[in-house]
Ligand binder design. Structure first.
Ligand code: AMP
Ligand code: ZN
Length: 137
């Protein structure tokens, strides 16, 4: 299941070059071409799915097994102080390539490469209850 216009599908088919870290039947891990930090890697399923909801459970398991394997490799070989696992879904959340992918981003203490905005105020019980009702309806 491939999309002929998808860059990541082309990487899987080796139609465009990439620095492959790990590959098995279901997944591929390679270096990001615009790395946030040294060793920034991308892990993808070999089948083309746009976002998390479309990825079948069995593929999700294989995918995260590869994420774990590659994260361990990067942590042990490149010795960062830590690493972030980031996975963007839809443009509003920063997704640019419409082929499901997980970022592994090595971090150094205090590098300020990724900053997460802290919540500005706590939500009232009414607001949290209303959200719960929407999710469960
Ligand atoms: P996202 O914003 O989550 O869709 O991230 C897509 C990522 O894919 C970006 O970090 C890009 O630098 C990376 N990327 C795009 N094209 C390539 C490529 N040909 N090889 C490796 N990484 C790529
Ligand atoms: Zn694709």
């Amino acid at each position: 299941m491939n999309d002929e216009n998808c860059i990541f599908c082309k990487i899987i088919k080796k139609e465009i070059p990439s620095k492959i870290i790990f590959e098995d039947d279901k997944t591929l891990a390679f270096l990001d071409i615009n790395p946030i930090s040294e060793g920034h890697a991308i892990v993808i399923p070999k089948d083309h799915y746009e976002t998390l909801e479309f990825l079948p459970d069995n593929e999700l398991k294989c995918l995260y097994q590869t994420v774990k394997k590659v994260a361990k490799l990067i942590y042990e070989k490149l010795n960062p102080d830590g690493y972030n696992i980031i996975q963007n879904n839809y443009k509003a959340a920063g997704q640019v390539i419409d082929h499901f992918h997980v970022h592994i981003i090595p971090r150094e203490s205090g590098d300020k490469k990724i900053t997460l905005a802290l919540p500005r105020s706590s939500a009232s019980n009414e607001i949290l209850t209303s959200v719960m009702e929407k999710i469960k309806s």
